[in-house]
Structures are given as structure tokens and as C-alpha cells.
Design a protein around this ligand. Sequence first.
Ligand SMILES: [Zn+2]
Ligand SMILES: [Zn+2]
Length: 296
Amino acid sequence: MQLGAHVSAAGGVEQAPPRGREIGCDCIQLFTRNQRTWNAKAVTETEVDAFRRARRDSGITTVMSHGSYLVNPAAPEADKRDRSLANMVDELGRCHRLGIELYNFHPGAHLDSGREAGIARIAQTLDLLCDAHPEATDVTLVLENVAGQGTTLGRTFEELAAIIEQVRQPERFAVCLDTAHAFAAGYALHTEAGWETMLETFERTLGLDRLAAFHVNDSKAPFDSRKDRHALLGRGEIGPDAFIRLVTDPRTRDVPMFLETPAGPEGWALEIAWLRAVAAGDRPPLPQIGEIKSGL
Ligand SMILES: [Zn+2]
Ligand SMILES: [Zn+2]
């Protein structure tokens, strides 16, 4: 199995792999540029070399980049969409150069222009993204399911499948399933029956071979609330059973998993240790963690 967390790239992307290793990560997620500004300086060859070396030395298996929070590939206004595309082209280029194999992003919001039109625009933006980097087929483009706040798209697996069906190169795409978002979106993974339904629906709409990663988060927001509020593992509205299923179910246990809980690095080390013990068949008590203000 591959357990990890979203680790900080402060001080340079090459700082992320050893930071992840220090807290017991097999795999890591990071931002390859500031996720809250439009401007970023280009990655240098020195940084590329340093990152690749740090990753090798720390033995990190899978690396996923989380895209900017500013982009909206579904934006109805052409200038906003162009700006989003330019940002994504930059991020995909970074991933390719750094050897990062998974580039995760949120599908976007249709902003009251209609669901169908929004999905069509996402597919068009993603086609342009693929065209801009024909060489980057080593980076899988990963659509993340969302809680479904406002007019955001990608709340349901059907919506994610509709996006992938409309792009010209579907083989370049996969999905990251965020457990907190799925729960808030109305997938009842806190119950055994709901977990089954969720996986069966995923298999029927997208196919489990498209499941590239999990964001492993509990939820402060109630079931089907369409609100995105991450909680410490087992301490939120989802509760521990879903996470026990996640790391023991043969359909999901080998998929790379990234924590985005408000636990912070020391807390993630404890949550990773808890998941590892659970996967091995133990049932230790939930770790005692003081919540931090998450930067995610
Ligand atoms: Zn996300
Ligand atoms: Zn997430």
C-alpha cells in the first residue's frame, strides 16, 4: 500500500520528499507553485535535478501535484478560461519536467451557465491543455471529485465520466476520490452498504482502473451537505469505519492515498501509523491529535 500526505514545498519542491519521508509517507502530494497567486517563476534545471535526487534518496513512490485553487476550466468568460488554461499548462509542464506522475485538479464551476455547457467547456479546456503538452503523456491528468458547493462540477461520478467522455484523449485522464468530498456529495461511505454502492457506482460510471488516488479526509460537514470541510481521521461525521474499509478492501487498499486532514505533519505521522496498523489487521485507538488550521 502507499500512504502519504500533502506536504509543504516551502523553500523549494526538493524539500517535499524528505519532509514526507520524515513523517512516514510512502507517497506525497505537493503544490509545484503557489496555489493562491497567478504568477510564479519558472522551475530551473537545478531545481529539477534537486527534486529528482531528493525523491530518489527518500524512496518516495508516487508523487501527485495539486493544482491551483484559482483556476476554473469551466468559466463561461473566455478570458478567465484562458487564464486558467495558461496556469494549467504551466503546472502540467512543471510536473513533466519534475517527473511527477499525477496532476490533480478540481473540474471547475459553471457559474450559472448550466451544467452541460460547463462540462463541455471543461472538456475543451482540457483538450487545449493536452495539445499544449503532447510530450507530457507520462503525467496522468487527475480530476478530483468535489463536495458540490454552489455550481461546482464533478460532484458525481457521472459528471466526472461525462468530462472524460468528451475529451479527445481520454487515456490521459484518471480520477482522485476525496472521501470528505464524496461524503458531503451524498455518497454514504460511512455505512457498509453505502461504501459498496459508492464503489459499484464508480466501477459502472468510470471503471476502477481510472481510480488513481484517494484524498483521505474525514468531514466536519454533515452527510450530503455539499460543504467542503475536512476533519481529522475518524473524528468527523464519517467516522473510523470508512477508513478501515478503505485500507482493507482489495479494490482500494493499493491505490495511493494522501491525507489532507487538519492534523499537520506530526498529526499525519500518527494518522499514517494508525492506517498502517489498521491495514495490518490491528484495531488501535484513534490517535490523539491537536487540530491545526489547515493550509489546504
Ligand atoms: Zn483538492
Ligand atoms: Zn482533496
